[in-house]
Write a protein that binds this ligand. Structure first.
Ligand SMILES: CC(C)(COP(=O)(O)OP(=O)(O)OC[C@H]1O[C@@H](n2cnc3c(N)ncnc32)[C@H](O)[C@@H]1OP(=O)(O)O)[C@@H](O)C(=O)NCCC(=O)NCCS
Length: 357
């Protein structure tokens, strides 16, 4: 048994102070564990890119713990919840560097996170964990779509702690630039299905004033309309004020946000949007963030229209990134159909786990 200590890490206001070193070390643990799970560095986020989200304690309260061996941070743990005292859900995440596993560090960190959830009375605990492909028996998702290898570290760990697998998420990658024939085909079929009732809009980083109210609604609906299977993720309410604060905080991030949205001409309201987040370095992949078409506007191929429009937007303004990475629920056939038609291919899978106390 290795000697280790656990401590809470202070979130630094900026990264150029000496007390930011521990926060930076936890980001490195995160990236090493993601790389081990996906077999690629494509999922890495720098501390500077992660920091704005950590500074949002008003709408997404979070705490960061770390485990240290011989002075070095070798594991981290994240506790996240909602600001409402009555909110019943906590999202937990423990990551231990592969070379420091099976020494009780993961269990000790998970115990600490669970104790915080107990103390705050959040009975529903959700964990997303990457599951690298492996041989042997599989644990199927109760959705009927996807499975994880039973012998994996994280699967044994979570089953041992009383978690149940609820859903499998697929990570996919689109090599850039996209195939022009695929893109033209997708664009033509989507544009003819959508017809003249919808008009596209584009912006970078800051939501134009005229669309702030609609974007707050779309972000809120994103939390309830994306399929979350047995997890039944709670609603995450966005307001115009929250959106403004979020965008102000994001100014300190080196990433650039590309948004494509569609307006329904008859009502003058947004029917959907999609967002890509590009790192400052052209050598790194872009992340696909939210995509949503409001329920009342589905069935017009707006999902495809938006994806193709934003791909073109990105390639027009910032050509040269190697790829786009996206995550979708394995049972989300509508979204997967769109992504597969554009050229996305699977790179790995995550389990979504639930324990209700
Ligand atoms: C899951 C993870 C956090 C476990 O960390 P760890 O420090 O190795 O966990 P511990 O040493 O505390 O193990 C606790 C128990 O989990 C189970 N377990 C963990 N890894 C296991 C493995 N490879 N085989 C069998 N059982 C395992 C065992 O029951 C173990 O107790 P034991 O060692 O007394 O048998 C680590 O593998 C990891 O970081 N994985 C990637 C990130 C991830 O998936 N996180 C999700 C969990 S929130």
């Amino acid at each position: 048994m290795t000697d280790f200590t656990i401590e809470e890490i202070t979130i630094p206001a900026t990264l150029d102070t000496p007390d930011a070193a521990d926060f930076i070390a936890t980001a490195e643990v995160r990236n090493a564990v993601e790389a081990a799970g996906y077999g690629t560095d494509d999922l890495a986020f720098s501390a500077a890119e992660l920091l704005p989200d950590w500074l949002d304690q008003e709408y997404q309260p979070k705490r960061l713990l770390a485990a240290r061996v011989d002075g070095r941070i070798v594991a981290h743990a994240v506790y996240e919840t909602q600001p409402d005292e009555d909110a019943g859900t906590a999202w937990l995440d423990v990551k231990v560097l592969p070379e420091f596993r099976r020494r009780g560090i993961g269990a000790a960190l998970a115990d600490r996170l669970e104790a915080i959830a107990d103390f705050e009375g959040r009975g529903k605990r959700i964990v997303y964990a990457v599951s690298r492909d492996g041989s042997g028996a599989r644990l199927p998702s109760p959705t009927g779509f996807g499975s994880v290898p039973r012998a994996n570290d994280e699967v044994r760990f979570l089953l041992g702690r009383g978690y149940a697998l609820e859903q499998v998420e697929r990570g996919s990658r689109l090599a850039l630039p996209p195939d022009p024939d695929d893109l033209a085909r997708c664009q033509d079929s989507a544009a003819s299905a959508a017809g003249p009732d919808y008009v596209e809009h584009f912006w970078i980083d800051h939501t134009p004033e005229r669309w702030r109210r609609d974007m707050a609604l779309l972000y809120t609906r994103m939390s309830t309309e994306a399929p979350t299977a047995g997890l039944e993720e709670p609603e995450d309410v966005w307001t115009v004020e929250r959106l403004a604060l979020h965008e102000r905080r994001r100014e300190s991030s080196p990433r650039i946000q590309f948004v494509a949205a569609v307006e329904h001409r008859a009502t003058g309201r947004l029917a959907g949007f999609t967002e890509l987040s590009a790192p400052a370095e052209l050598t790194r992949p872009v992340s696909q963030e939210d995509t949503i078409v409001l329920e009342e506007h589905r069935g017009h191929r707006l999902g495809m229209l938006l994806k193709v429009a934003n791909l073109r937007h990105l390639e027009r303004v910032r050509p040269g990134h190697p790829a786009i990475i996206t995550f979708n629920a394995e049972e989300n056939r509508h979204m997967l159909d769109v992504n597969e038609a554009v050229g996305f291919r699977p790179i790995g899978y995550e389990g979504a786990w639930l324990r209700v106390v």
